[in-house]
Design a protein around this ligand. Sequence first.
Ligand code: EPS
Length: 393
Amino acid sequence: MRYLSGGESHGPCLTGIIEGLPAGLNLNREEIDRQLARRQHGYGRGGRMSIERDRVEILSGLRFNQTIGSPLTLQIKNRDWENWQKLMAPYGDPPHDAEPLTRPRPGHADLAGGLKYNHDDLRLVLERSSARETAMRVAVGSVGRVLLEKFGFTFYSHVVRIGSFFSKAAVDELPTLAEQIEESPLRCADREAEALMIKEIDRAGQDGDTLGGIIELVVTGVPPGLGSHVHWDRRIDGRLSGALSSIQGIKGVEVGAGFSAASQPGSAVHDPITFKSGSGISRPSNMAGGLEGGITNGQLLIIRIAMKPIPTLAKPLPSVDWQTGRDAPGAVERSDVCAVPSVAVVAEAVAAWELCVAFRNKFAGDYMEEVEAAYHYYIKKVSDRLRKTTGEI
Ligand code: EPS
């Protein structure tokens, strides 16, 4: 399975095309819209979110709510396009009052992108580097998620840090806290920490500043055997880390114990393997975060990602006007103070897509019944193997 996406932040729409879906997958547009709405929530977002009401249009690959095996084309309209039609017109000449963006924002793609593509107007970098693109990633990931949910996968995400405040919520509490997290303006399961985080976002906004944070992503119901140790580009930890760190603003990805494992002895880091008659082989701990040797091991998948503060600052950092070569503050654009809660939803979708690709590599098939048969055959094999006595393994 693969997908491509296109679309500028203030262009007419975002488009995604997914290729390689099996036929016969039930897909409701409302489910994709529900995920799109989740991404739009979150305290700290700017004016743009009150303009957009993201909804998906499905233009091919679906008939009577069932995939037919052909490419699935998704479209999300940009409502803000109305205000940008002249400046972002695909045809004709630029309006004479168009102001080019020439003061690159430190931390943004502006400078490196302008050099790479030889653009005079850095708006041409901003338009595609914008996190607006994550709306399509959520739509695409939601399709993968619908498929995986049919096989018992469940996705959770919560915000564990914003600025200097931490949530105390633990991974095993997430299923019971899921509703509270959905209702929280920060996707934070710790109410006390949430109140402090909100104050910190308000303070940053007043100071013309921005804030980053840390998100924890947990997936349950993942069978052992997705990904592979046999080749570097099939290692699922690499696929997930690469995809998650490609989300705008992400500067770090940790799997399981992550960086803390580097400072502990092996005996404290690795998860023992135990056998109990009746239930078979199990793992009493999960420091590995569900991944060993580039393969899912059947435990909860636990990943944390760190987002830097958004680089568009209302009180800008020093920069240079690259038309004149003179010192000038970085460009100021309408933006968000904190988008960490939205990125949590994006991370769920991005992980769902990568897991779905690995799932389809393991359980190939052109139609759902074929995929289901392959899955159930394998799950029975795994379960038989795990339940045998120690001596027989
Ligand atoms: C973004 C800047 C803001 C955000 C945008 C990402 O947009 P604008 O420049 O139009 O105010 O609101 O996020 C979205 C549009 C979205 O849908 O999440 C940026 O520069 O990355």
